[in-house]
Design a protein around this ligand. Sequence first.
Ligand SMILES: [Zn+2]
Length: 195
Amino acid sequence: MVWVIPVLDVGYRSTHYWLVGSGPKRLLVDLGWPGTLGALKMALCRAGVALGEVRYGFATHYHPDHAGLAEELKREGMALLVLEGQEEALGQMGQWVKPHERYLPITLEGTFRLSFTESRGFLASIGIPGEILPTPGHTDHCVSLLLDDGRAFTGDLPREEGAWDNPKALASWALLRRKGARWIYPAHGPVRPLD
Ligand SMILES: [Zn+2]
């Protein structure tokens, strides 16, 4: 399969950070572990991408392995997209991290609120055909990026086959299918087809 929109994995520590798009307007899906900007810089360097090209980013949800570097990345020039329903969780990040992890609390500076309906227009403006969808199931504020080519970046959404007792997750999978998801790019584990 040859994809038109490039996607790079700049992850580390068993977590994928997906960098979507090309050139100076790339979008980072999930934002590193707390205190690990050096590790992210190294992963970007291996992928041949300058930190300054990471112009936009969002967290699929606000847990330490998904939003740990949000503040550092904003200071490096990244605009943080906060989806509707995520505002409260953003402020609660601190409760999940330990002092030695050197977590920088996320301020409102450099954050941009985005509704799900606005997401398609915003993504189009940076050359990425797709949309961001609400996909609760792991947390209530979880979101996924779905590209129009069928690739879905689903964060920690529990796998469908194991989610028989999780109606929110099942509804999220139903939404992703209805919208055309065909390949799943999770935050942990291998990329897989959605059959
Ligand atoms: Zn995770």
